[in-house]
Design a protein around this ligand. Structure first.
Ligand SMILES: Nc1ncnc2c1ncn2[C@@H]1O[C@H](COP(=O)(O)OP(=O)(O)OP(=O)(O)O)[C@@H](O)[C@H]1O
Ligand SMILES: [Mg+2]
Length: 154
């Protein structure tokens, strides 16, 4: 995806709304795109990832928060890779995971807890989504790295 520095801000008032924003983002993604999801526990990262996955025809029930699985690859076209770094505790574990062998130029990758790979991702041209808990139902989403023109055009 062509990137620029504009940022798109949303207030989501329900999980459904967050998921729909995910679908909309997913429809803009192309092979090689990497989306980093930043935000605390319960911020809505997995909810957003379900929407992004849905845009690739993946059943949203298949997308879950990590227990022990860090990386799941779906046989879609382009391949869809869901990464959850929640259980990564240090750079050694991150290195052992071999993140970059899963994030390929022919697939679309979505990384939850992207802050755990911040040092590695900061040098990459990623799409950043920061999710913030406002209250029980409200989340603020800031999307950086997509063209506002493409976003509004959909
Ligand atoms: N506007 C909203 N957007 C997204 N989720 C919301 C919203 N309002 C309430 N929720 C609830 O917040 C929770 C978000 O959980 P989700 O698993 O998506 O977060 P997460 O960021 O992936 O957390 P974790 O890091 O623990 O995996 C869900 O229970 C969802 O129903
Ligand atoms: Mg999650």
């Amino acid at each position: 995806m062509d990137k620029n520095n504009s940022s798109i801000k949303y207030i989501s008032r329900s999980p459904e709304e967050t998921r729909d924003i995910g679908v909309r983002l997913g429809k803009l993604l192309k092979a090689g795109d990497v989306v980093g999801l930043f935000g605390d526990l319960g911020a809505g990262k997995t909810t957003l990832a379900k929407g992004i996955a849905k845009a690739f025809g993946i059943d949203e029930r298949d997308i879950v928060s990590a227990s022990f699985t860090f990386i799941t690859e779906y046989d879609t076209s382009p391949p869809f890779v869901h990464v959850d770094l929640y259980r990564i505790e240090n750079d050694t574990e991150l290195a052992e995971l071999g993140l970059w062998s899963h994030i390929r130029r022919d697939s679309v990758s979505v990384i939850e807890w992207a802050e755990k790979a911040e040092a590695e991702l900061s040098s990459e041209n990623i799409i950043r989504v920061s999710l913030k808990y406002k209250n029980e139902d409200i989340r603020e989403l800031i999307i950086e790295g997509v063209y506002e023109k493409d976003w509004n055009h959909r």
